[in-house]
Design a protein around this ligand. Structure first.
Ligand SMILES: *Cc1c(COP(=O)(O)O)cnc(C)c1O
Length: 495
């Protein structure tokens, strides 16, 4: 015993490491076994279920002040969190738009957390892998190797990255130094009236304001009307605005419509605008052999947002922004002046990855993407995308064959909108279909969402799911019809 320390009244240091590693090993083995079974048996559980009051109550427990054995902590998580999931890993989850995760990706997240590296930069393997995954994303989309990119939390952030570079390049002044008030002519951005809500938030955060984003009408297929866009641009120029950026959508969230990306690229080029593509849904169609033609032109974009946690099924979160002009990308975010070099050797000799976005500390998102791509190969991911698109057209066929169901429009990709139609209209029809949707969820059968298309209310199925089978779609149609009849027979729609 160190007499000096003892006399100074120093107690032994504490650590978060366990006192007994063997015990942690045993518990971890159990947790992994249970996690594997959890995925194996996902089909046998309800898609979703309402939490009982006592489970809800657990989430109001106050800040723990004293310790709880890890086994008890894990037990509580099993009973509460793991038992009441959102359900998006289930084969019959088709709400909104999200991927269905995968075990290898989860293992990647675990190992990334174990290694614990910070991807803000530095000379270490995780940093190199992060750049490699960005390079793989470029390769998947046919982007040039000289382009830059960054992994971010998701598509919304990836869009913000692209739009920020667009603003700074087109502002005509040093926005970083002087702010948006120094911009002489107000900038205008353009997207279709189907554009995702994250672009509004981006315009607000960029200090340009929601009105700087003009929503251009869409054609019958809900794709941006190119002539209307051209007219809006010249109207704005004449009115003293500075048209700066066209945002094309490769796969709208409502119906999966894909703007004519080639025409948009051409128009942006002629008009001297930045061309950004929101490819959160559809950019990855570029790897799907039967459908890649639908996103032709994406490789001409100045920037693209894509979302590996959607059609690559990476566990949340991971999005990716790609920027053709790497120097413009770096100029938008770098805080280290170009002449300040990192150390010639050692840990600080790597690239500073925080120079390509807003975060300083960055998680090791790349590993989960890398491991799953390595295990399966990109071709399988491409086939799975084709499979989902084929499943949606199978479902559209079932809907058309069922007299009590109505299809909103023939699907383009993996999203289809339809409704149960017993001869009602307006609010009554909406209430009935909403009730069908809620009962499907509450009975744990399937998760759908709803939306408005061409002014009408529709149920919406988006299949971004590597576990869905055609049987699941047969079942969906049977159950929608059963519930529609049941609710109609009950003669009322509860609210
Ligand atoms: C999902 C989605 C986004 C937002 O992406 P997140 O990963 O949810 O942040 C943006 N645009 C479109 C078209 C989307 O489908």
């Amino acid at each position: 015993m160190d007499v000096a320390r003892e006399s100074a009244g120093m107690v032994a240091e504490e650590t978060l490491d366990p006192p007994d590693w063997a015990e942690v090993q045993a518990l971890s083995r159990r947790a992994v076994d249970e996690a594997v079974n959890y995925l194996r048996d996902v089909r046998d559980r309800p898609v979703w279920r309402e939490m009982p009051a006592d489970v809800r109550g657990m989430f109001r427990a106050p800040l723990p002040r004293s310790p709880t054995p890890l086994a008890a902590v894990y037990g509580e998580v099993s009973r509460t969190v793991m038992s009441y999931p959102m359900g998006n890993i289930h084969p019959r989850f088709w709400s909104w738009y999200m991927g269905s995760s995968n075990f290898t990706g989860a293992l990647g997240d675990f190992l990334a957390a174990i290694q614990g590296s910070n991807l803000g930069g530095g000379n270490h393997a995780a940093g190199l892998m992060d750049s490699q995954v960005v390079n793989w994303c470029k390769e998947m989309l046919g982007f040039p190797a000289s382009a830059s990119g960054t992994l971010v939390s998701g598509g919304s952030m990836a869009n913000i990255i692209g739009l920020t570079v667009a603003r700074n390049v087109k502002a005509g002044v040093d926005v970083r130094e002087h702010g948006v008030s120094a911009i002489e002519k107000p900038l205008r951005f353009y997207g279709s009236d189907q554009i995702h809500a994250c672009h509004r938030k981006a315009m607000e955060a960029l200090g340009l304001g929601n009105r700087a984003l003009r929503r251009i009408p869409t054609d019958a297929g809900l794709r941006i009307d190119i002539d209307a866009l051209r007219a809006a641009i010249s109207e704005d120029r004449a009115a003293g605005f500075k048209p700066a950026c066209v945002i094309g959508t490769a796969g709208t969230v409502n119906t999966g419509a894909i703007d004519d990306l080639r025409a948009l690229a051409k128009l942006a080029h002629e008009e001297g605008l930045w061309f950004h593509v929101d490819g959160c849904i559809g950019a990855l169609i570029a790897i799907a052999p039967q459908n890649a033609h639908r996103v032709a032109g994406i490789e001409w974009a100045d920037s693209v947002a894509l979302d590996p946690h959607k059609w690559l099924h990476s566990p949340f979160e991971v999005g990716c922004a790609l920027v053709r002009d790497a120097a413009a990308h770096r100029r938008t975010f770098a805080v280290t002046p170009e002449y300040l070099e990192s150390t010639p050797r050692g840990l600080a000799s790597g690239e500073w990855l925080h120079d390509y976005g807003l975060q300083t500390s960055r998680g090791f998102r790349a590993l989960k993407v890398w491991m799953a791509l390595k295990e399966h190969g990109v071709e399988k991911f491409g086939r799975l995308i084709d499979q989902n698109i084929a499943q949606v057209s199978y479902l559209a066929g079932l809907i058309e064959a069922e007299p009590s169901l109505e299809l909103a429009a023939a699907p383009t990709i993996n999203i289809v909108c339809f409704r149960y139609q017993p001869g009602l209209a307006g609010e009554a029809l909406k209430a009935l279909n909403t009730e069908i949707m809620l009962r499907l969820q509450e009975q744990g059968i399937a998760a759908l969402s709803d939306t408005t298309v061409h002014g009408g209310h529709w149920l919406r199925v988006a299949i971004t799911n590597h576990r869905t089978r055609r049987d699941d779609l047969d079942l969906l149609v049977r159950e929608v019809v059963r519930l529609g009849r049941e609710i109609t027979a009950q003669g009322h729609v509860s609210s």
